[in-house]
Structure formats: C-alpha cells, structure tokens
Write a protein that binds this ligand. Structure first.
Ligand SMILES: [Zn+2]
Length: 250
C-alpha cells in the first residue's frame, strides 16, 4: 500500500497544547479554540459528526461531544498554519527555523494513515487501528524525568493496551465528504477552504474509564512524529518553560 501522510501545524500555548505532545500526544482541546479553520467550518464538522454512522446511542452521544483534530494532505499547508497569528488574525510572513528538542515554539505533526481501512470510501470516511508507544513518552520540560520514571517503572499503563485493544481513530477526507454531500455545501467558502487546505479531520476513538468517555487525543505512537521550529523573528524559547502539568514557569 502507498504511504499516505497527513500534516498538522500548531503553535505553542494554543488550546490544543502542542507543547505537551511528548507526554500526552496530539490533543484536541476545544473545537472552537485556537484553530480558526474549525470555527469557519463548524457546520461541516457537525454534518460529519451526524454522518459517521453512529452505531449505538452511546456512540451517537460520543460523536456529538467529541472533537476533531484538523490535518492537511500538504505539509506546506501545515507549515503555513504555524504562521497564523490569533491576535492579529492574519498569517505572519516569517521564517520557520528547525530546532532541537525543547527550544521550539512551532510544531508540524505528520501522521501516517497508510494502514487505514475504508469505512465509507465514497464519503471519504476511514478507520485507523494502531498501537500506542508508551516507551517513547518523554517529559515536556528539558530538566524533568517524571514521565521517564513512569515509563521505566511501569507506573502508568495505557488503559486501551491493558484491555488488549487497538487504539482507533476515524479519519475524514473533507473534500471527498463535501463533494459527496453537496447538500452540506451551504457555505461555499468553507468548501473552498477545505479544498485549498486539502483538509482531513481525525477523530480519536479510545474509551477511557477514568475519563468515563472517549479520549480526545492521539497518544504517543510510532504512527506520528513532530518536527520542531521557531520563528526567526521570535527566536527560541526557554527549554525549562514547562513543568509536568504544563504549568508555565515564567
Ligand atoms: Zn495504548
């Protein structure tokens, strides 16, 4: 099978807390927070949620509450998202410079979905089952080893793996979905944006009893990795900026 990759650009201190990717994974925090594309396309997200064939009542409720994580087929689009300035509501013309661990302020995540199974290919809806990799988890601050201790001591075990289950996510090709469901193209701009961005949405689908629901993150896994950057104009960040719970040490 050909390799299929998706890309996501993110900025430090966003509500999706990309700075905690080492310990947590790729997180979807608030659908309307931090990602302007989501706001524009909230109608699209709702229609996809209604459409990912809810099998049971529990699953229907889950879908109505859960959050998608936005990706693009194009790495260049993800990098462009790294330059979006929420305060100024515009894209900065700036240079992304690759840097070493813990000095970054911008993130480009790449997700390998080559193994996904078509659920409803004509609608662009797929399912991916995969394994997490707890051993690859790391602390989010340079001079910490809390997560490393958890991993080495076996103190924390992934609940999904403990149940001998695979991790799962739904994946939606937005353009395909909207082309199939022309009735949802009420907002032409949203469709054009999705098309221009070659946007895909990912919906994590792991049940966690401690959350009493589904987790809204893609755990640390070999199916994705992060490239780290800072803006030329801003420079690197303080590598000790974060402590275990993501609290900023200013
Ligand atoms: Zn796991």
């Amino acid at each position: 099978m050909n390799e299929i990759m998706l890309f996501r650009g993110d900025t430090i201190l966003n509500q999706t807390i990309p700075e905690r990717y080492r310990s947590c994974g790729i997180v979807s925090k608030l659908i309307n927070g931090g990602n302007p594309a989501f706001v524009q396309r909230s109608g699209l997200v709702k229609s996809i949620q209604e459409h990912i064939n809810p099998l049971t009542e529990a699953e229907r409720i889950f879908l109505s509450k859960s959050e998608f994580i936005s990706f693009s087929e194009e790495k260049i689009v993800a990098k462009q998202h790294c330059l979006y300035d929420k305060v100024q509501n515009k894209y900065l013309s700036n240079e992304l410079i690759e840097c070493e661990d813990y000095y970054e302020t911008r993130y480009v995540f790449s997700l390998d979905i080559s193994e996904c199974i078509p659920l409803s290919p004509e609608e662009g809806i797929f399912l991916l089952e995969y394994n997490c990799n707890q051993v690859s988890r790391k602390s989010d601050g340079l001079n910490e080893n809390v997560i490393e201790f958890q991993v080495e001591s076996g103190w924390y075990q992934c609940e999904v793996c403990k149940r001998n289950e695979k991790h799962k996510m739904y994946i939606v090709d937005c353009v395909k979905f909207l082309e199939y469901h022309k009735e949802y193209c009420l907002n032409k701009g949203a469709f054009l944006n999705a098309k221009e961005d070659k946007e895909w949405l990912v919906l994590p689908r792991d049940y966690h009893t401690d959350l009493r629901g589904y987790s809204s993150m893609i755990p640390v896994s070999d199916i994705w990795k992060a490239e780290l950057y800072f803006l030329k104009s801003e420079g690197k960040r303080n590598p000790d900026q974060f402590t275990i719970q993501g609290t900023i040490l200013k």
